[in-house]
Design a protein around this ligand. Structure first.
Ligand SMILES: [Zn+2]
Ligand SMILES: [Zn+2]
Length: 174
């Protein structure tokens, strides 16, 4: 692959016949790596191409698998992604980001489109669960597995245990 995610489709036939549509299934190589989220497997894209005047509307879905790391507790897991795809390709696209160009020879590059949509759909701060407790800042324990209530409010010192032993209050029955 010379260019990441490039998958070109020939749409000259559609351009010649506004109103026509056809379905395409494409495999898009994806390589995205952001903080705590990676995609390194191909995406399967099911796309419907519909011809409009001087352009082609592409709609569909792309599925792949992301490797995520919890921002709080560093747990890693894989998660299926199912990303909606929608774009308008035009012979003369406007200046907005909404429209993509139809390339010379009547091709559209759906690979870059799918690659970008998957990148945008990755979570910025993945969490293994919305109420993940994260790691203990004192000892590094995973607080989801091991709620470490040992460090109290006061900083640990060798004397704190002795103080407990000689405390005046009767200790609670076990
Ligand atoms: Zn977590
Ligand atoms: Zn701790």
């Amino acid at each position: 692959m010379s260019s990441q995610g490039t998958v070109r489709l020939q749409v000259s036939d559609l351009l010649a016949h506004p109103g026509e549509a056809r379905e395409e299934t494409v495999i898009v190589p994806v390589a995205v790596s952001i903080t705590n989220a990676d995609v390194s497997s191909d995406a399967d894209a099911q796309l419907k191409l519909r011809s409009i005047t001087d352009g082609v509307v592409v709609r569909g879905r792309a599925t792949t698998v992301a490797d995520l790391t919890c921002t709080r507790c560093l747990l890693t897991w894989t998660e299926a992604m199912d990303v909606p795809i929608e774009a308008v390709f035009r012979v003369e696209p406007d200046d907005s980001d909404e429209e993509l160009p139809i390339l010379a020879g009547g091709h559209i590059d759906v690979g870059v489109l799918v690659h970008d949509e998957i990148s945008l759909a990755l979570p910025n701060r993945p969490l293994c669960s919305p109420d993940c407790l994260g790691l203990c800042p004192t000892c590094g324990n995973d607080l989801n597995m091991d709620p470490c209530d040992g460090h109290g409010e006061a900083p640990a010192s060798p004397f704190s245990a002795l103080r407990g032993m000689f405390a005046d209050e009767p200790s609670p029955e076990p």
